[in-house]
Design a protein. Structure first.
Length: 493
């Protein structure tokens, strides 16, 4: 699917679909009024005959209208005063979604009065909505496949829109990269394959190092290695660097991802029902990889690092047992009470390594860490934990503009005792009460007081069914947009 920007005066051709907007109160936008006039008043006639109010989610669909094109879609866009950039993005995505399998090849989106930036935002909506993971579908019927090949977006200043669109395109590519990683099954995407795909990002100007088990053993990463020891797949640590700041030596900002390519639970094995979902237990690492893809793609003026802990958690004769005690890279020891609480073990070493090596300004980790986060927050909000109010507030702010909802949860010192161990410095589970919180408290012990935020994205990494037009069912790519916005607004020179 390709996107073109065209002048508002460009007519939709024979065989094309045209999408326009109407607001609450059946208020036709300028382009909808023009389409109504061209169709001999068919739109206003349809409004009088039915219950179309212009509310979000409503639409009027005309096949073979008189006037322009072969199909006219009038989309309800809600109240005009509330029609912000996000509503615009969603309207463009909805238009694409409504027509993608229509059999038509070209869709013209003509929303009145778009600025170049808004046109690029509409393009972002279309690109995100057009994402598909169809690599393994060999028998899909042609009529079920998307037919739209070109989306034309009407905008006054075409050249400026094209320029603004470079960033939108980079963002959409990064999100798609994350969605691909998350969607891949675990027989295809295991730690080494994940590492190879990240290594291939060097073509974008990123520097990528892959540490193998030997290198991690030398560093003393006993917690991460313990999780992977039951798998025939070798554990990996991927280190991605983007040096885009004027001073390439300036302290970077850092992102750390949980990359459990499959989580069976290990010896504390999970029930069979739904275990297939655990192929997306690498969603945190996937989001960090996607973010680095975006930063390089749009040549962000920032120094950033991404550290991905890549392991497979399997039961096996060599697997770690409940009760085992491991020594982390930090020197702190952990009694592994439950081998299914593996994400925090992986992150403990990845966070410590990241902080030691890079001395970053801050660290943000992303992880599908706890089922308890889903119980607490449902399916739309990721959990936010932070030892730094400024960083937490910046994340909450960014989350609003990108529609990647976040909710902050506390880190009460009083709950620390839940992870006390008789035999070691701590244990890896804190019981059911506040399960997401004790997991975050565990992580906090590996950041040495550095400004840090932890995003528990177990609720949001995967959606079925999705309720947002820019997110097809399946991998969401959650986190990429949020973090890209944070970087763009606060950390670029
Ligand atoms: N990967 C899971 C968390 C998860 C569950 C993510 C459901 C997405 C959907 C994590 O490794 C895990 O198993 N956590 C345990 C922790 C418990 C053993 C303390 C959990 O949430 O049950
Ligand atoms: Mn687990
Ligand atoms: Zn897990």
């Amino acid at each position: 699917m390709k996107i073109e920007f065209v002048a508002p005066s460009a007519a939709a051709g024979e065989g094309d679909a045209l999408a326009v907007l109407a607001f609450e109160g059946a208020l036709l936008s300028e382009s909808a009024s023009a389409a109504d006039a061209a169709a001999g008043g068919a739109v206003s006639q349809a409004i009088r005959a039915g219950r179309f109010t212009g509310a979000k989610g409503q639409s009027l669909d005309f096949l073979a209208p008189r006037g322009e094109g072969s199909r006219l879609l009038v989309l309800g866009a809600g109240a005009e005063a509330a029609f912000d950039d996000l509503a615009l993005e969603h309207a463009a995505a909805t238009a694409y979604g409504a027509l993608k399998t229509s059999g038509l090849k070209t869709l013209m989106i003509r929303f009145s009065g778009l600025s170049p930036k808004q046109a690029a935002r509409a393009a972002l909506g279309v690109r995100l909505a057009a994402y598909r993971f169809d690599r393994y579908r060999t028998k899909e019927k042609p009529e079920a496949k998307p037919s739209i090949e070109t989306v034309k977006i009407a905008v006054e200043n075409v050249a400026a829109a094209r320029k603004a669109d470079v960033e939108s395109a980079a963002l959409a590519e990064g999100v798609a990269f994350t969605r691909d990683l998350v969607s891949e099954p675990a027989n295809i995407l295991y730690p080494e394959e994940f590492a190879r795909r990240v290594k291939a990002l060097e073509r974008l100007g990123l520097e990528v190092e892959i540490l193998d088990e030997k290198a991690m053993t030398k560093l003393g990463m006993g917690a991460l290695l313990g999780v992977g020891q039951g798998s025939v797949r070798e554990s990996q640590l991927a280190v991605i660097q983007w040096k885009g700041a004027p001073n390439s030596k300036a302290a970077p900002i850092a992102f750390v991802g949980k990359g459990v390519t499959f989580d069976t639970g290990g010896i504390s094995i999970k029930p069979a029902d739904g275990m297939e979902d655990m192929k997306w237990d690498m969603g945190g690492a996937g989001a960090v990889a996607g973010l680095m893809h975006v930063l390089a793609g749009r040549k962000a003026k920032v120094n950033a690092v991404g550290v991905l802990g890549l392991v497979e958690n399997m039961p096996d004769g060599n697997a770690q047992r409940p009760g085992d005690i491991v020594t982390t890279m930090s020197g702190q020891t952990v009694e592994v009470i439950n081998t299914d609480a593996e994400g925090r073990l992986v992150l403990a070493d990845a966070l410590w390594y990241c902080n030691e090596r890079f001395k970053p300004q801050f660290m943000i980790d992303l992880a599908t860490l706890t089922g308890a986060a889903i119980i607490a927050l449902g399916n739309d909000y990721a959990g936010l934990f932070s030892n730094d109010d400024a960083l937490a507030n910046a994340l909450l702010e960014a989350s609003k503009t990108e529609a990647e909802p976040l909710w902050r949860l506390p880190l009460p010192a009083a709950y620390e005792k839940q992870i006390d161990s008789l035999a070691a410095d701590m244990k890896n589970v804190g019981g059911r009460p506040g399960g997401s919180i004790t997991a975050a408290l565990f992580l906090q012990r590996f950041v040495s007081g550095k400004p840090w935020a932890h995003l528990d994205i177990a609720p949001t990494a995967w959606k079925k069914p999705s309720t947002v037009p820019t997110i097809p069912d399946g991998a969401t790519g959650y986190g990429v947009r949020l973090l890209n916005r944070l970087v763009a607004e606060r950390y670029e020179d």
